[in-house]
Design a protein around this ligand. Structure first.
Ligand code: PMP
Length: 437
């Protein structure tokens, strides 16, 4: 036990001064029950808690740890940048280098601006879309999560799905009324919302592949339909790749779509997670003419004291530079192996489930009600969260840390090698039997 203090005591202490003991709701074990593990160290595919227990990690900091935790080259880049200064409040050479790397990988992005969180990125994208179109209404899909800004919490995924919240208190009605929610993968509903509000919709925002209600990829042709409809109606398409960017594939989910013959060009794209490599970097990018609406060039205002922070940008650049073909091959192999082993164990234990993929992302939905597949949030909500909770705890007891919610993606890293996958495979049969009840 590190410092002689266990998870329970740390949780009690935290709860006394931090709401729920956590600084982000998804970290609490609210839906699976129990005490969250207080982590003190992470390396490669492993995390270690305050009691000195090491777990194979399938959370990866909810996505950023693409190369594995504390990759030596990323840590070296961070230390070197920190020695040169923590923050300048002035432009630095590395910011353009990071944006050049994004532009190189994502054809839809001609220019981008760096911010610190995915929430800021989507918030700015929406302001840009409104500024560009002179329209107010925004369309989002049920079960998609785009951060915690006021207009985006209606029928949102992630923690709101975990805790079955329809939205958030504290959002003014007038703001909520600007957001129209439609079911994902539903062409008719999308066409109907445009028909009901002609000339008034500024943008549709979509996760490039939904991964905050479990993983729900767009149905074949759906994203093309969405892009065509937006263009025809004069609305912008915002593709949120905060989670999928540089993870689902080297060029994000846009690359997965292009390989499937759907070369969709969104007007704006948002990024986060991997581009900070574990430190706070996110970005909004897209068509140069729209991006140039941002101050100081244009009339749409956006700013940030720590935007493009040199230490964070160094972590992101080092991460993307080491995220080469070999790293993506290892990531894909790990995803394939973990998904296959999980499916086999659940089949052997007779647990009804469906495993859904989006590039190297995947998640497992439990329960008879979902075995036909999960195309939307309504179906995702019918999964058997209690079975997932039993599965989660059995895996945790066996030393494998899964996301503490049935509504999240499972994250592998390029450091999940054969030995690690063997450990996961060894834990699966008992966990599958626990899920069976
Ligand atoms: N968009 C998506 C698709 C996300 O998954 C997230 C975070 N999970 C966000 C936006 C918000 O990012 P952040 O937590 O950095 O504000």
């Amino acid at each position: 036990m590190i410092a002689g203090v266990g998870n329970d005591e740390l949780f009690d202490r935290a709860r006394a001064v931090i709401p729920g003991g956590v600084d982000s709701p998804v970290r609490a074990y609210g839906s699976v029950g129990g005490t969250p593990r207080f982590l003190v160290e992470a390396s490669g595919p492993y995390v270690t808690d305050a009691e000195g227990r090491r777990y194979v990690d399938l959370v990866a900091s909810w996505g950023p740890a693409l190369l594995g935790h504390a990759h030596p080259e990323v840590v070296a880049a961070v230390l070197a940048a920190a020695r040169r200064g923590l923050s300048f409040g002035a432009p630095t050479p590395a910011e353009a280098e990071l944006v050049e790397e994004i532009v190189r990988r994502v054809p839809a992005v001609q220019k981008a601006r760096l911010v610190s969180t995915g929430t800021e990125a989507t918030m700015t994208a929406i302001r840009l879309a409104r500024g560009a179109t002179g329209r107010d209404l925004l369309v989002k899909f049920a079960g998609h999560y785009h951060g915690h800004s006021d207009g985006l919490l209606a029928a949102a995924g992630s923690g709101l799905a975990t805790y079955a919240l329809p939205g958030s208190a504290g959002v003014p009605e007038a703001v909520a009324a600007q957001t129209l929610v439609v079911p994902y993968n539903d062409r008719d509903a999308l066409a109907a919302v445009f028909a009901a509000h002609p000339g008034r919709i500024a943008a549709v925002i979509t996760e490039a592949a939904a991964a905050n209600m479990g993983v729900v990829a767009p149905a074949s042709g759906f994203t093309t339909f969405l892009a065509d409809l937006c263009r025809a109606e004069g609305a912008l398409l915002i593709s949120d790749e905060v989670l999928t960017g540089f993870r689902a594939a080297a060029g994000g989910y846009a690359e997965v779509l292009a390989e499937a013959g759907e070369a969709v060009t969104p007007d704006l794209v948002t990024f986060g997670k991997v581009i900070g490599g574990g430190l706070p970097v996110a970005a909004v990018g897209g068509r140069a003419d729209i991006m140039d609406l941002l101050a100081p060039v244009g009339p749409v205002y956006q700013a940030g004291t720590l935007s493009g922070n040199p230490v964070a940008v160094a972590a992101g650049l080092a991460t993307l530079r080491h995220a080469d073909d070999d790293a993506y091959a290892r990531l894909a192999a790990a995803a394939d192996a973990v998904a296959a082993a999980t499916g086999a164990a659940l089949d052997a234990a007779g647990v009804p489930h469906v495993l859904q993929r989006a590039g190297t992302l995947f998640s497992v939905f439990f329960g008879e009600a979902v075995v036909g597949g999960v195309p939307d949030y309504g179906t995702a909500q019918r999964q058997d969260s209690a079975a997932y909770g039993r599965f989660f705890h059995a895996m945790l007891d066996a030393g494998v840390s899964l996301p503490p919610s049935a509504f999240e993606a499972w994250f592998v890293t390029a450091a999940h090698d054969d030995e690690v996958i063997g450990r996961i495979a060894a834990a699966l049969p008992a966990a599958a039997r626990a899920a069976a009840g």
